[in-house]
Design a protein around this ligand. Structure first.
Ligand code: PHE
Length: 348
């Protein structure tokens, strides 16, 4: 290797190492000046060409030009790498406020709880107190005190889960009526939500564990019109202004007279069989059954030491899930208990 070739190779290696280590454009510029500038090292070598024998000058010039080309390539590559790095640092240290946010995963209040809360709110605004009661009750509160004697066939309507010691899981919230009246003298005005249990086979309309909202008002001069007014008001509050309520004569041992309460089917708006098809929600009747109601039976008042000659009252017990079917246009009651987040969030 000639002297020139050797010096060029060393120079190139030194230059490459320095170009690679440069941390900014200013350093690259000063390298360019130091090696390739007018007083630069390469220029010095180029000046030496004149001292060579004429037959070597062409090759020397070419060798220098080749190394210059390599060095310029290195400078360009180092500068591009520096630019890329500075863009990345800038990105990492800045916040892009236009970037779409990640959606927050919010919980929601369960639809059945929403119904219970809205129902309780309505009654609380009318001066009612919210009362709770135990889920395991003795027969006395579930039946006897509610005018359902041991051999009465009405007990069969409340097919129950029996526990030990004569206790059962309450099949309705009506025991809370008795507990409240035994504890407080008249007048009383309560609303009592809670879980109930019946040995029903589960299907689209039945759950073995469900919720009822009980209502009770006992005072002087209370009549059936008060009951109708309050329940119509509740349905209008829950379903909207145009909701109708229907009272069908019925029988409960603890109320007289008694009624089943229905509300217009929100799916077919009471039409039952719109355009010749049977409404899937109400089965074609145009009505959804919400629960039972009536005037508190004098025997129940007597049992709790209220004088039926002075006091009268109404009571009702609605299924919260039944209200939910009608309110949310749900065709299967089991959807309330299968914990499907999409269903639950859609109703929140
Ligand atoms: N307890 C009754 C039931 O569960 C409903 C009801 C409550 C009826 C209050 C009348 C008065 O079927």
């Amino acid at each position: 290797m000639t002297d020139l070739a050797e010096s060029l190779e060393r120079l190139r290696q030194r230059f490459s190492a320095q170009a690679e280590a440069a941390i900014d454009e200013r350093e690259l510029d000063s390298l360019r000046v130091r090696y390739l500038g007018r007083q630069g090292e390469v220029t010095q070598l180029r000046r030496g060409i004149g001292t060579l024998p004429p037959d070597q000058r062409r090759d020397a010039g070419k060798a220098i030009n080749d190394v210059v080309a390599v060095m310029e390539g290195r400078l360009a590559a180092a500068s591009a790498a520096l630019q890329a790095r500075s863009f990345e640092t800038e990105l990492a240290s800045s916040i892009d406020v236009t970037f779409p946010a990640r959606k927050a995963r919010l919980g929601s209040v369960h639809p059945v709880r929403q119904i219970i809360e809205r129902t309780c709110d309505y009654f609380m605004r009318h001066g009612f107190a919210v009362v709770l009661g135990p889920e395991a009750e003795p027969e006395y509160y579930n039946f006897d005190a509610l005018n359902i004697p041991a051999d009465h066939p009405a007990r069969e309507n409340f097919d129950s889960f029996w526990l030990s010691d004569g206790l059962l899981l309450r099949p309705h919230t009506s025991p809370i009526q008795v507990r409240t009246m035994q504890r407080y003298p008249p007048p009383v005005a309560i609303v009592a939500p809670g879980k109930c249990y019946r040995r029903d086979a589960t299907d689209a309309r039945h759950l073995f564990q469900f919720h009822q909202v009980e209502g009770l008002l006992v005072a002087e001069g209370i009549h059936f019109g008060h009951l109708k007014g309050m329940l119509e008001g509740l349905c209008r509050e829950l379903f909207g202004r145009r909701q109708k309520v229907r009272f069908r004569p019925s029988y409960f041992p603890f109320t007289e007279p008694s009624a089943e309460v229905d509300t217009t089917c929100p799916k077919c708006s009471g039409a039952g069989a719109p355009q010749g098809t049977r409404c899937g929600m109400c089965g074609g009747s145009g009505w959804i059954e919400l629960g039972g109601a009536g005037m508190v039976h004098p025997n129940v008042l007597r049992e709790v030491q209220y004088d039926p000659e002075t006091y009268s009252g109404w009571a009702f017990g609605f299924g919260a899930e039944r209200l939910g079917l009608a309110l949310y246009d749900v065709d299967d009651i089991r959807r309330f208990v299968t914990s499907d987040p999409d269903f639950l969030v859609a109703l929140s």
